[in-house]
Design a protein around this ligand. Sequence first.
Ligand code: SF4
Length: 440
Amino acid sequence: MRIPERKPMRKTTADAAPGGAFFICTMGCKVNRYEAQALREKWTAQGMKEAARPEDAGTVLVNSCAVTAAAVADLRALVRRFRRAAPEAEIIVTGCAAGPAGLADLPGASRLVPQRDKTGLLDLFSGDGEAGARGFFVSSCDRSRAVLKIQDGCSHACAFCIVPSVRGAARSRPPEASTEEVLRLLRAGFREIVISGVNLRAYRETGGRDFWDFLERLEDTLAPEWAGRARLRLSSLEPGQFDDRALAFLGRSRMLAPHLHLALQSGAPAVLARMRRGHYDPEALPEFFTRLGALWPRFALGADLLTGFPGETDEEFESGLDLLRRLPLTYAHVFPYSRRPGTPAADMAGQVGAGVKKARAARLRAFARERKEAFLRSLLDVPVLRAVFEEGSGNPRAGMCEYYAECLIGDEDAARVRPRALSPVRPRALRGDRLLTEPA
Ligand code: SF4
């Protein structure tokens, strides 16, 4: 079935859609999840209900990812499954895999809404027309933690990445609007706010002020009233952002959660150069984090790792792993490289065989698992953690502490923690890769 890419949005009302219900499935990165959450909130405010299963919804939204060819294959399978489950539903596919750089048609989908037109979906069940102008610089919240997106798009063009062609050039939200939004979220009771963007290294204000400038002013605005009562968490940062200014800020901040996440991809400079990510020197990172360790006695450090990139030799893989061992990583997300048509890396010579990629990814995951377990064990020595628990997340209830470790609390104790609040909890034991806790 051929589906036009830019069919005008159909205005629907809750009454017109069967059951007045929608179902959202989100693939891929945090930004996609945040945007899905913004859609969820907007549609609920427009009188729609969220269905737990696609078969109970009149509108099914698939928020797709195009980072790898495997993600696109997953998307095709998902849409086929949703079409079988909900033959009458309008199935809308948006996100990075929906044209123009991604798929032009997709069997089973009613229509494709390109990433750049996604903001129009905010307005799907109402006629107020504001959403497109406001775009996705909205804060989105699960019911406990809020996310403030201050930057979108990317102009960098890493060799494996489709993001610049689907999300457009880098752009930043005006700092006054971001600060105002943080204050609004605090007034609404949120006590953890995640500061996010597609590429925070590209964040710029008029006058050329960068991400650290923004954070410094935000800190000065918030800390007098909120230090110790609420926290900010930084989402993924580029390794090149960790310079002396960053260190000075991290050392003095009273608002930041002690948790950083690196979009590292590889620890081998030659691999990074082929990825077109030669703008940072991974060798500078161990020293930076040693210096940070003198300021932050305990912190979580994560990394995104891509292995099996074209041309990655055994020596490069080993030297990259050696660099990782010299970093105080406490967890990592590991991705074996998969060819993404339309990116320069897809046509590069020296594609690495599937077996080798799998073996390298397995070694990285084993390393990451070991680090995570050791870190979680070390948290058992912390007398009190402060976790934000999700509402209604089942029994035991799950939450996230300042060190980005998942905390569980039993149903019998759940009444003693307040939603959105920073709840003091005592870690008791490990349960898988989470901490079993009780109210402190
Ligand atoms: S920095 Fe590279 S990986 Fe990150 S969004 Fe931009 S092009 Fe993609």
